[in-house]
Design a protein around this ligand. Structure first.
Ligand code: PMP
Ligand code: GLU
Length: 399
C-alpha cells in the first residue's frame, strides 16, 4: 500500500542525522557499544535554574493550551533578547514561538514558498533545509563552497543565481555542519547583494549563536538595507542544552509572523506550555552554565582537531562555532578493507560504524559529498575512544 503515500512526501529524503542516530541507537540496544557523534545535541543536562522554572510552571497550573504564537511574557523576553544580544528590533507581535527551530523554519518556508519558487541555500547546509523547501514545492538552489575557503561561498555566485524566481535566502551562522561563522564584513557584503532584490526574504538561522569560539556573532538583520524582510531564527535547544523541550522562535516582519501564526494554528497550536515557561528563564536568567558548556566544547574541539590532523588523508576545516567539524575525507575514496569498499562518504560512515563503532554523518546529506560530519558534543572519554577507533580503522584501509 506504500504507493498511497503522497507525491509531496515522496519528494523528500529522510533526515540523515536522524537515520544515523537511529541506527546507532539500534546497535547500542542490541549490545554493541556505539559512540554516537552523528547527532548535534549537547550531552549536558539542562541547567538547574531552568528545570526549576519548569517545576514551578507545573505547580502554577500552566497546563492549558497556550496562545498559538507563545505566552506574552515569553514573546516579550524574546523581543528583549533580540535587542540586548543582537541589536535587532522585533516587537513582541513579531515573535512566533514554535516546537523547535526546525518547526520555525518550516513555518516560514510553508508561509512564503510557492510552487517553483527558488530558495537559495549556501552549501554545506543543514540537512533539513532542502527537504523543507521541496516539501513546500520550491526548488533549492545551492551556492557551492569547499574547504579552501573554509566553506564560505563566492559572492559572485550569489549574484549569478539571483533571479525573479528567487524567494528566500536561507543560511545558518555559526553553520551546521561546518562550524563556519560569517563575519560582519561578509554578511554586510551579502546583505548589499540581497538588498538589490527587494522581494527576497532572508532567513538567518542563528541557533548556534552562543556556541561561538570567535566571540563575533553578527545578525544580518541589523543591516538597514534589508529592513522589513529578515527573519531571525533561534531557539533554546543548543545554547541551553534543551533539545528535548522543543522550543524555537522567530523574529519576523509582522505580516510573516501573522502568516506563521495562522499556519501553526492549524498544525500544532502553541508550543508546550511548561517548556515555554522554562524558556523564559533560559532567556532572562544567568548565562553562566551556557558559557561553561561553550568553554567545554572549545576544549573538545581542540582535541578533535588535533586528533584529525594526525590522521593521514583527513583534512579538517576550522570549526569556529557550533559543535561540528567537517573534514574532507575524499582521499579514502577507492580504498578497501575486507568486504568494505569505500566509494563515497556514506561507505566510509558505514565502515566506521561497523569497524570503529562510531556513528557519523555523510557530507552528502549537507551538500558536500567529499566530507563527513563529526559532532564533538560528546564527553571527552567518548571522543578519545572515538578518535582512536577512527584512526585505527582508517589505517586498515588500503592501498
Ligand atoms: N537549525 C540548525 C542549523 C540546526 O542544527 C538545528 C538542530 N536540530 C535546528 C535548526 C533545529 O533545532 P531545534 O528544532 O532543536 O530547535
Ligand atoms: N540539528 C541536529 C543535527 O544536525 C539535530 C538532528 C536534527 O534535528 O536533524 O544533528
Amino acid at each position: 500500500m506504500e504507493h498511497l503515500i503522497s507525491d509531496r512526501l515522496k519528494r523528500v529524503a529522510e533526515s540523515q542525522t536522524l537515520v544515523m542516530t537511529k541506527m546507532a541507537r539500534e546497535l547500542s540496544q542490541s549490545g554493541t557499544r556505539i559512540i554516537n557523534l552523528s547527532i548535534g545535541e549537547p550531552d549536558f543536562g539542562t541547567p538547574d535554574h531552568i528545570l526549576k522554572a519548569a517545576h514551578e510552571a507545573i505547580d502554577d497550573g500552566f497546563t492549558h493550551y497556550p496562545p498559538v504564537s507563545g505566552y506574552p511574557d515569553l514573546r516579550q523576553a524574546i523581543s528583549d533578547k533580540f535587542l540586548r544580544d543582537n541589536e535587532l528590533d522585533y516587537a513582541p507581535e513579531q515573535i512566533v514561538v514554535s516546537c523547535g527551530a526546525k518547526h520555525s523554519i518550516m513555518n516560514v518556508i510553508m508561509s512564503t514558498v510557492n510552487l517553483g519558487d527558488e530558495v537559495i541555500i549556501p552549501a554545506p547546509y543543514w540537512v533539513s533545509y532542502p527537504e523543507m523547501v521541496k516539501l513546500a514545492g520550491g526548488i533549492p538552489v545551492y551556492l557551492r563552497s569547499s574547504i579552501e575557503t573554509n566553506y564560505k561561498f563566492d559572492t559572485d555566485e550569489l549574484r549569478r543565481v539571483l533571479n525573479r524566481k528567487s524567494k528566500v535566502f536561507l543560511f545558518s551562522s555559526p553553520c551546521n555542519p561546518s562550524g563556519s561563522v560569517f563575519s560582519e564584513e561578509e554578511l554586510t557584503e551579502i546583505a548589499g547583494i540581497l538588498s538589490q532584490h527587494p522581494d527576497i526574504i532572508v532567513v538567518s538561522d542563528e541557533i548556534y549563536e552562543h556556541i561561538n569560539y570567535e566571540d563575533s556573532h553578527y545578525s544580518i538583520g541589523r543591516d538597514p538595507r534589508l529592513a522589513g524582510r529578515v527573519v531571525t531564527v533561534n531557539g533554546v535547544s543548543k545554547g541551553f542544552a534543551m533539545t528535548g523541550w522543543r522550543i524555537g522562535y522567530i523574529g519576523a516582519p509582522l505580516w510573516l509572523a501573522k502568516a506563521c501564526e495562522k499556519l501553526q494554528g492549524q498544525f500544532t497550536s502553541g508550543a508546550n506550555s511548561i517548556a515555554q515557561k522554562a524558556s523564559i528563564k533560559a532567556l532572562t536568567g544567568t548565562m553562566k552554565p551556557s558559557e561553561k558548556m561553550t568553554a567545554t566544547f572549545k576544549k573538545r574541539r581542540e582535541f578533535v582537531m588535533n586528533a584529525l590532523n594526525q590522521m593521514p588523508g583527513v583534512v579538517p576545516n576550522i570549526s569556529q562555532g557550533a559543535f561540528y567539524v567537517f573534514p574532507d575525507i575524499s582521499a579514502y575514496f577507492g580504498k578497501s578493507f575486507g568486504k568494505y569498499n569505500i566509494d563515497n562518504a556514506m561507505d566510509l560512515c558505514m565502515y566506521l560504524l561497523k569497524e570503529a563503532n562510531v556513528s557519523l554523518v555523510t557530507g552528502a546529506a549537507f551538500g558536500n559529498p567529499e566530507c563527513i560530519r563529526i559532532s564533538y558534543a560528546a564527553s571527552m572519554e567518548d571522543l578519545e575512544e572515538a578518535m582512536n577507533n577512527i584512526s585505527e580503522a582508517l589505517a586498515r584501509l588500503n592501498p
